[in-house]
Design a protein around this ligand. Structure first.
Ligand code: ATP
Length: 375
Protein backbone atom coordinates (compact mmCIF):
# COMPACT_ATOMS: atom_id res chain seq x y z
CA UNK A 1 0.00 0.00 0.00
CA UNK A 2 1.06 3.57 -0.56
CA UNK A 3 -0.02 7.19 -0.59
CA UNK A 4 -0.11 9.21 -3.82
CA UNK A 5 1.20 12.76 -3.83
CA UNK A 6 0.68 15.10 -6.73
CA UNK A 7 2.62 18.36 -6.74
CA UNK A 8 1.46 21.20 -9.01
CA UNK A 9 0.53 18.73 -11.70
CA UNK A 10 -0.16 20.27 -15.10
CA UNK A 11 -1.36 18.64 -18.31
CA UNK A 12 -1.65 20.62 -21.50
CA UNK A 13 -2.79 18.58 -24.50
CA UNK A 14 -1.48 19.35 -28.01
CA UNK A 15 -3.72 22.15 -29.25
CA UNK A 16 -3.48 23.95 -25.92
CA UNK A 17 -6.26 22.41 -23.77
CA UNK A 18 -5.14 22.82 -20.15
CA UNK A 19 -6.78 19.68 -18.74
CA UNK A 20 -4.95 19.86 -15.37
CA UNK A 21 -4.17 23.23 -13.91
CA UNK A 22 -1.69 22.90 -11.06
CA UNK A 23 -3.22 20.04 -9.08
CA UNK A 24 -1.74 19.58 -5.61
CA UNK A 25 -3.19 16.65 -3.71
CA UNK A 26 -2.27 13.78 -1.42
CA UNK A 27 -4.33 10.59 -1.42
CA UNK A 28 -3.61 8.86 1.87
CA UNK A 29 -2.43 5.29 2.25
CA UNK A 30 -5.46 2.95 2.09
CA UNK A 31 -7.89 5.75 1.28
CA UNK A 32 -10.87 5.40 -1.05
CA UNK A 33 -10.66 8.68 -2.94
CA UNK A 34 -13.13 9.99 -5.55
CA UNK A 35 -12.43 12.43 -8.36
CA UNK A 36 -15.80 13.97 -9.12
CA UNK A 37 -16.87 16.55 -11.67
CA UNK A 38 -18.79 17.25 -14.84
CA UNK A 39 -17.72 16.02 -18.25
CA UNK A 40 -14.46 17.59 -19.41
CA UNK A 41 -13.27 18.74 -15.95
CA UNK A 42 -10.07 16.68 -16.22
CA UNK A 43 -10.75 13.73 -13.91
CA UNK A 44 -9.87 10.99 -16.43
CA UNK A 45 -6.76 12.92 -17.44
CA UNK A 46 -5.69 13.04 -13.79
CA UNK A 47 -6.27 9.30 -13.35
CA UNK A 48 -4.40 8.44 -16.56
CA UNK A 49 -1.55 10.72 -15.52
CA UNK A 50 -1.26 8.89 -12.19
CA UNK A 51 -1.24 5.60 -14.14
CA UNK A 52 1.47 6.91 -16.47
CA UNK A 53 -0.76 6.52 -19.53
CA UNK A 54 -0.50 10.31 -20.06
CA UNK A 55 2.75 12.20 -19.62
CA UNK A 56 2.37 15.31 -17.45
CA UNK A 57 3.41 18.70 -18.79
CA UNK A 58 4.67 19.85 -15.39
CA UNK A 59 4.71 18.98 -11.70
CA UNK A 60 5.36 15.68 -9.96
CA UNK A 61 3.74 12.41 -8.88
CA UNK A 62 4.95 10.31 -6.01
CA UNK A 63 3.62 6.88 -5.08
CA UNK A 64 4.73 5.93 -1.58
CA UNK A 65 8.23 7.35 -1.26
CA UNK A 66 9.04 6.88 -4.97
CA UNK A 67 8.93 9.69 -7.54
CA UNK A 68 7.19 8.13 -10.54
CA UNK A 69 6.75 11.28 -12.63
CA UNK A 70 8.83 9.83 -15.46
CA UNK A 71 8.33 6.13 -14.72
CA UNK A 72 6.71 3.80 -17.29
CA UNK A 73 3.13 2.62 -16.44
CA UNK A 74 4.23 -0.99 -15.90
CA UNK A 75 6.76 0.11 -13.27
CA UNK A 76 4.35 2.16 -11.15
CA UNK A 77 2.71 -0.72 -9.29
CA UNK A 78 -0.79 0.49 -10.11
CA UNK A 79 -3.74 -1.41 -11.62
CA UNK A 80 -6.42 0.36 -13.59
CA UNK A 81 -10.02 -0.74 -14.18
CA UNK A 82 -11.52 0.98 -17.21
CA UNK A 83 -15.11 2.01 -17.85
CA UNK A 84 -15.53 -0.66 -20.57
CA UNK A 85 -13.47 -3.19 -18.49
CA UNK A 86 -11.17 -3.78 -21.53
CA UNK A 87 -11.38 -7.58 -21.15
CA UNK A 88 -9.90 -9.73 -23.90
CA UNK A 89 -12.92 -11.28 -25.67
CA UNK A 90 -11.05 -14.35 -26.95
CA UNK A 91 -9.66 -15.28 -23.52
CA UNK A 92 -11.42 -17.18 -20.75
CA UNK A 93 -12.06 -15.64 -17.33
CA UNK A 94 -8.97 -17.42 -15.97
CA UNK A 95 -6.80 -16.19 -18.83
CA UNK A 96 -8.09 -12.64 -18.47
CA UNK A 97 -7.42 -12.56 -14.72
CA UNK A 98 -4.00 -14.15 -15.16
CA UNK A 99 -2.98 -11.85 -18.00
CA UNK A 100 -0.96 -9.31 -15.94
CA UNK A 101 0.85 -12.23 -14.29
CA UNK A 102 1.65 -13.64 -17.75
CA UNK A 103 3.17 -10.27 -18.69
CA UNK A 104 5.24 -10.51 -15.51
CA UNK A 105 6.38 -13.98 -16.69
CA UNK A 106 4.88 -15.83 -13.72
CA UNK A 107 4.92 -19.60 -14.57
CA UNK A 108 1.63 -20.97 -16.00
CA UNK A 109 0.68 -23.24 -13.08
CA UNK A 110 1.27 -20.50 -10.51
CA UNK A 111 -0.69 -17.87 -12.42
CA UNK A 112 -3.62 -20.24 -13.03
CA UNK A 113 -3.72 -20.98 -9.30
CA UNK A 114 -3.57 -17.25 -8.41
CA UNK A 115 -6.29 -16.45 -10.95
CA UNK A 116 -8.54 -19.16 -9.47
CA UNK A 117 -7.92 -17.88 -5.92
CA UNK A 118 -8.77 -14.28 -6.87
CA UNK A 119 -11.80 -15.42 -8.87
CA UNK A 120 -13.04 -17.32 -5.81
CA UNK A 121 -12.75 -14.18 -3.65
CA UNK A 122 -15.02 -12.38 -6.11
CA UNK A 123 -17.54 -15.21 -6.53
CA UNK A 124 -16.40 -16.07 -10.04
CA UNK A 125 -15.36 -19.71 -9.53
CA UNK A 126 -18.23 -21.06 -11.63
CA UNK A 127 -17.29 -18.98 -14.63
CA UNK A 128 -13.57 -19.64 -15.02
CA UNK A 129 -13.88 -21.31 -18.43
CA UNK A 130 -16.30 -18.76 -19.88
CA UNK A 131 -15.40 -15.90 -22.20
CA UNK A 132 -16.45 -12.28 -21.40
CA UNK A 133 -19.26 -12.40 -23.98
CA UNK A 134 -20.88 -15.20 -21.93
CA UNK A 135 -21.04 -13.09 -18.72
CA UNK A 136 -23.40 -10.42 -17.40
CA UNK A 137 -22.20 -6.83 -17.05
CA UNK A 138 -21.74 -7.25 -13.30
CA UNK A 139 -19.73 -10.46 -13.76
CA UNK A 140 -17.53 -8.78 -16.37
CA UNK A 141 -16.90 -5.95 -13.94
CA UNK A 142 -15.80 -8.46 -11.30
CA UNK A 143 -13.43 -10.11 -13.79
CA UNK A 144 -11.91 -6.69 -14.46
CA UNK A 145 -11.54 -6.18 -10.69
CA UNK A 146 -10.04 -9.64 -10.25
CA UNK A 147 -7.52 -8.91 -13.01
CA UNK A 148 -6.58 -5.69 -11.21
CA UNK A 149 -6.27 -7.51 -7.85
CA UNK A 150 -4.31 -10.52 -9.09
CA UNK A 151 -0.93 -8.82 -9.08
CA UNK A 152 -1.44 -7.11 -5.70
CA UNK A 153 -0.83 -3.53 -6.80
CA UNK A 154 -0.11 -0.70 -4.39
CA UNK A 155 -2.81 1.45 -5.99
CA UNK A 156 -6.15 0.83 -7.73
CA UNK A 157 -7.30 3.36 -10.32
CA UNK A 158 -10.97 3.06 -11.33
CA UNK A 159 -12.33 4.98 -14.30
CA UNK A 160 -16.14 5.00 -13.92
CA UNK A 161 -16.21 1.19 -13.45
CA UNK A 162 -19.93 1.13 -12.62
CA UNK A 163 -21.29 3.23 -15.45
CA UNK A 164 -22.02 0.32 -17.81
CA UNK A 165 -24.31 -1.39 -15.30
CA UNK A 166 -28.04 -0.90 -15.00
CA UNK A 167 -29.35 1.12 -12.03
CA UNK A 168 -30.00 -1.83 -9.72
CA UNK A 169 -26.81 -3.67 -10.55
CA UNK A 170 -24.94 -0.45 -10.04
CA UNK A 171 -26.13 -0.16 -6.45
CA UNK A 172 -25.17 -3.75 -5.71
CA UNK A 173 -21.77 -3.33 -7.38
CA UNK A 174 -21.22 -0.13 -5.41
CA UNK A 175 -21.70 -1.87 -2.06
CA UNK A 176 -19.54 -4.76 -3.23
CA UNK A 177 -16.76 -2.40 -4.33
CA UNK A 178 -16.76 -0.55 -1.04
CA UNK A 179 -16.58 -3.79 0.96
CA UNK A 180 -13.79 -5.12 -1.24
CA UNK A 181 -11.76 -1.93 -0.92
CA UNK A 182 -12.17 -2.00 2.86
CA UNK A 183 -11.07 -5.63 3.04
CA UNK A 184 -8.05 -5.15 0.78
CA UNK A 185 -7.15 -1.72 2.15
CA UNK A 186 -5.53 -0.75 -1.17
CA UNK A 187 -5.23 2.97 -1.89
CA UNK A 188 -7.93 3.62 -4.48
CA UNK A 189 -8.70 6.55 -6.77
CA UNK A 190 -12.13 6.40 -8.33
CA UNK A 191 -13.34 8.66 -11.17
CA UNK A 192 -17.04 9.41 -11.43
CA UNK A 193 -19.39 12.13 -12.65
CA UNK A 194 -22.11 10.72 -10.36
CA UNK A 195 -22.17 12.70 -7.11
CA UNK A 196 -24.32 10.09 -5.34
CA UNK A 197 -21.73 7.42 -6.14
CA UNK A 198 -18.89 9.59 -4.84
CA UNK A 199 -20.80 10.44 -1.64
CA UNK A 200 -21.61 6.77 -1.04
CA UNK A 201 -18.18 5.31 -1.71
CA UNK A 202 -15.44 7.74 -0.90
CA UNK A 203 -13.52 8.59 2.24
CA UNK A 204 -12.73 11.92 0.60
CA UNK A 205 -13.76 13.62 -2.61
CA UNK A 206 -12.04 16.15 -4.87
CA UNK A 207 -14.68 18.08 -6.80
CA UNK A 208 -13.12 19.31 -10.04
CA UNK A 209 -14.00 21.96 -12.58
CA UNK A 210 -11.92 23.18 -15.51
CA UNK A 211 -8.78 21.25 -14.51
CA UNK A 212 -8.82 22.56 -10.95
CA UNK A 213 -9.99 21.24 -7.59
CA UNK A 214 -12.92 23.35 -6.36
CA UNK A 215 -13.28 21.52 -3.04
CA UNK A 216 -11.50 18.73 -1.24
CA UNK A 217 -13.27 17.10 1.67
CA UNK A 218 -15.18 14.21 3.18
CA UNK A 219 -18.61 13.41 1.73
CA UNK A 220 -20.17 15.11 4.77
CA UNK A 221 -18.12 18.26 4.27
CA UNK A 222 -18.91 18.65 0.58
CA UNK A 223 -22.59 17.87 1.18
CA UNK A 224 -23.15 20.05 4.24
CA UNK A 225 -20.72 22.87 3.56
CA UNK A 226 -20.07 23.21 -0.16
CA UNK A 227 -17.20 25.69 -0.45
CA UNK A 228 -18.68 27.51 -3.44
CA UNK A 229 -21.86 27.69 -5.47
CA UNK A 230 -20.39 25.38 -8.13
CA UNK A 231 -20.00 22.54 -5.61
CA UNK A 232 -23.32 23.47 -3.98
CA UNK A 233 -25.17 23.04 -7.26
CA UNK A 234 -23.27 19.87 -8.24
CA UNK A 235 -23.67 17.86 -5.03
CA UNK A 236 -26.99 16.49 -3.82
CA UNK A 237 -29.67 14.30 -5.41
CA UNK A 238 -32.14 17.18 -5.12
CA UNK A 239 -30.35 20.38 -6.14
CA UNK A 240 -29.66 23.00 -3.49
CA UNK A 241 -31.84 26.13 -3.59
CA UNK A 242 -29.53 29.05 -4.43
CA UNK A 243 -31.41 32.31 -3.94
CA UNK A 244 -30.19 35.87 -4.53
CA UNK A 245 -30.44 37.82 -1.29
CA UNK A 246 -29.63 41.30 0.01
CA UNK A 247 -28.69 41.93 3.66
CA UNK A 248 -30.91 44.52 5.26
CA UNK A 249 -31.28 45.28 8.97
CA UNK A 250 -30.67 41.75 10.23
CA UNK A 251 -32.69 40.17 7.44
CA UNK A 252 -31.99 38.54 4.11
CA UNK A 253 -34.30 40.09 1.56
CA UNK A 254 -35.09 37.57 -1.16
CA UNK A 255 -37.25 39.08 -3.90
CA UNK A 256 -40.22 40.54 -2.01
CA UNK A 257 -39.81 38.15 0.94
CA UNK A 258 -37.42 38.04 3.85
CA UNK A 259 -35.80 35.69 6.36
CA UNK A 260 -33.76 36.57 9.44
CA UNK A 261 -29.96 36.36 9.01
CA UNK A 262 -29.11 32.92 10.45
CA UNK A 263 -27.47 33.00 13.91
CA UNK A 264 -24.15 31.67 12.55
CA UNK A 265 -23.78 34.86 10.48
CA UNK A 266 -25.24 37.32 12.96
CA UNK A 267 -21.89 38.27 14.56
CA UNK A 268 -20.99 41.08 12.16
CA UNK A 269 -19.72 39.00 9.24
CA UNK A 270 -22.25 40.62 6.89
CA UNK A 271 -22.50 44.22 5.75
CA UNK A 272 -25.84 45.95 5.29
CA UNK A 273 -26.77 46.17 1.61
CA UNK A 274 -24.46 43.28 0.67
CA UNK A 275 -25.59 41.03 -2.17
CA UNK A 276 -25.22 37.36 -1.33
CA UNK A 277 -26.56 33.99 -2.36
CA UNK A 278 -28.49 31.93 0.18
CA UNK A 279 -28.00 28.18 -0.18
CA UNK A 280 -30.41 25.77 1.44
CA UNK A 281 -31.05 22.15 0.53
CA UNK A 282 -34.65 21.08 -0.10
CA UNK A 283 -34.20 18.48 2.67
CA UNK A 284 -33.56 21.25 5.21
CA UNK A 285 -36.76 23.17 4.58
CA UNK A 286 -39.90 22.03 6.31
CA UNK A 287 -43.30 22.55 4.78
CA UNK A 288 -46.41 24.15 6.15
CA UNK A 289 -49.81 24.54 4.52
CA UNK A 290 -50.61 27.38 6.96
CA UNK A 291 -48.89 30.79 7.07
CA UNK A 292 -45.88 30.84 9.42
CA UNK A 293 -43.24 33.42 10.30
CA UNK A 294 -39.76 33.27 8.83
CA UNK A 295 -40.78 31.17 5.85
CA UNK A 296 -40.72 31.54 2.08
CA UNK A 297 -44.16 31.30 0.55
CA UNK A 298 -45.35 30.37 -2.89
CA UNK A 299 -47.73 28.37 -4.99
CA UNK A 300 -47.14 24.69 -5.61
CA UNK A 301 -46.16 24.34 -9.28
CA UNK A 302 -44.56 20.87 -9.52
CA UNK A 303 -44.72 17.76 -7.33
CA UNK A 304 -42.14 15.03 -7.98
CA UNK A 305 -42.46 11.64 -6.33
CA UNK A 306 -39.24 10.56 -4.58
CA UNK A 307 -40.71 7.32 -3.20
CA UNK A 308 -40.78 7.90 0.55
CA UNK A 309 -41.08 11.69 0.08
CA UNK A 310 -42.01 14.26 -2.55
CA UNK A 311 -40.04 17.14 -4.02
CA UNK A 312 -42.33 20.17 -4.17
CA UNK A 313 -41.52 23.28 -6.20
CA UNK A 314 -43.03 26.50 -4.84
CA UNK A 315 -43.16 29.65 -6.94
CA UNK A 316 -43.57 32.95 -5.16
CA UNK A 317 -41.99 36.29 -4.39
CA UNK A 318 -38.63 34.62 -3.63
CA UNK A 319 -38.58 32.84 -7.01
CA UNK A 320 -38.59 29.04 -7.25
CA UNK A 321 -37.96 27.15 -4.01
CA UNK A 322 -37.85 23.36 -3.74
CA UNK A 323 -38.81 21.52 -0.54
CA UNK A 324 -38.76 17.84 0.35
CA UNK A 325 -42.15 17.05 1.87
CA UNK A 326 -43.32 13.94 3.68
CA UNK A 327 -45.11 11.44 1.41
CA UNK A 328 -48.24 11.62 3.56
CA UNK A 329 -48.91 15.33 2.98
CA UNK A 330 -51.51 15.55 0.22
CA UNK A 331 -50.71 18.42 -2.15
CA UNK A 332 -51.84 19.60 -5.53
CA UNK A 333 -50.67 22.21 -8.00
CA UNK A 334 -51.97 25.68 -7.13
CA UNK A 335 -51.96 25.10 -3.33
CA UNK A 336 -50.35 27.83 -1.25
CA UNK A 337 -47.33 26.54 0.71
CA UNK A 338 -44.71 27.80 3.17
CA UNK A 339 -41.07 26.63 3.31
CA UNK A 340 -39.37 27.06 6.69
CA UNK A 341 -35.58 26.83 6.61
CA UNK A 342 -33.53 25.09 9.28
CA UNK A 343 -31.39 28.04 10.31
CA UNK A 344 -28.35 25.87 11.10
CA UNK A 345 -28.40 24.61 7.51
CA UNK A 346 -28.57 28.00 5.81
CA UNK A 347 -25.36 28.81 3.92
CA UNK A 348 -24.36 32.20 2.59
CA UNK A 349 -22.12 32.74 -0.43
CA UNK A 350 -20.28 35.94 -1.26
CA UNK A 351 -18.97 36.20 -4.84
CA UNK A 352 -19.64 32.48 -5.20
CA UNK A 353 -17.61 31.42 -2.13
CA UNK A 354 -18.99 30.18 1.18
CA UNK A 355 -18.74 32.73 3.98
CA UNK A 356 -17.27 30.65 6.75
CA UNK A 357 -18.84 32.49 9.66
CA UNK A 358 -18.17 29.66 12.11
CA UNK A 359 -14.42 29.97 12.46
CA UNK A 360 -11.39 32.21 12.08
CA UNK A 361 -12.51 33.18 8.60
CA UNK A 362 -15.53 34.93 10.06
CA UNK A 363 -13.42 36.98 12.41
CA UNK A 364 -11.02 37.85 9.57
CA UNK A 365 -13.94 38.70 7.37
CA UNK A 366 -15.50 41.00 9.93
CA UNK A 367 -12.14 42.67 10.67
CA UNK A 368 -11.53 43.18 6.94
CA UNK A 369 -14.99 44.66 6.56
CA UNK A 370 -14.45 47.09 9.44
CA UNK A 371 -11.02 48.08 8.08
CA UNK A 372 -12.60 48.62 4.65
CA UNK A 373 -15.33 50.76 6.17
CA UNK A 374 -12.78 52.82 8.15
CA UNK A 375 -10.58 53.50 5.10
P1 ATP B 1 -15.55 12.77 -19.04
O1 ATP B 1 -16.34 12.57 -17.80
O2 ATP B 1 -16.41 13.28 -20.18
O3 ATP B 1 -14.69 11.63 -19.41
P2 ATP B 1 -13.30 14.14 -17.83
O4 ATP B 1 -13.59 15.00 -16.66
O5 ATP B 1 -12.73 12.80 -17.55
O6 ATP B 1 -14.57 14.04 -18.77
P3 ATP B 1 -11.00 14.54 -19.49
O7 ATP B 1 -11.26 13.38 -20.39
O8 ATP B 1 -9.89 14.41 -18.52
O9 ATP B 1 -12.31 15.01 -18.74
O10 ATP B 1 -10.72 15.83 -20.42
C1 ATP B 1 -10.32 17.09 -19.88
C2 ATP B 1 -10.18 18.08 -21.03
O11 ATP B 1 -9.11 17.68 -21.87
C3 ATP B 1 -11.41 18.18 -21.93
O12 ATP B 1 -11.56 19.52 -22.33
C4 ATP B 1 -11.06 17.30 -23.09
O13 ATP B 1 -11.71 17.72 -24.27
C5 ATP B 1 -9.56 17.49 -23.21
N1 ATP B 1 -8.88 16.30 -23.73
C6 ATP B 1 -8.93 15.04 -23.25
N2 ATP B 1 -8.15 14.21 -23.97
C7 ATP B 1 -7.58 14.97 -24.95
C8 ATP B 1 -6.64 14.71 -26.01
N3 ATP B 1 -6.15 13.48 -26.19
N4 ATP B 1 -6.31 15.73 -26.80
C9 ATP B 1 -6.78 16.99 -26.60
N5 ATP B 1 -7.65 17.31 -25.61
C10 ATP B 1 -8.04 16.32 -24.79
Amino acid sequence: MASITMGELVKVYPGGVRALDSIGLTVEDGEFFALLGPSGCGKTTLLRTIAGLEASSGGSIQIGDRDVTNTAPGQRDVAMVFQDYALFPHMTVTENIAYPLRIKKVPTAERTEKAAETAAELGLSDYLARRPGQLSGGQQQRVALARAMACHPKVFLFDEPLSNLDARMRLEARTFLKRLQRELGVTTVFVTHDQAEALALADRIAVMEGGRIRQLGTPKEVFHRPANTFVASFIGSTPMNLLDAVVSGGNLVIGDQKLPVPPEYAGGALGDGEKLVLGIRPEYLSYSTEPVQDALSGEVTVIENLGSAQLVTLHGGAGFVQVVVDEEVFLKAGDKGYAIPRTDRMLLYRDGDLIDAGGDAAAKDAAGRKAGAAA
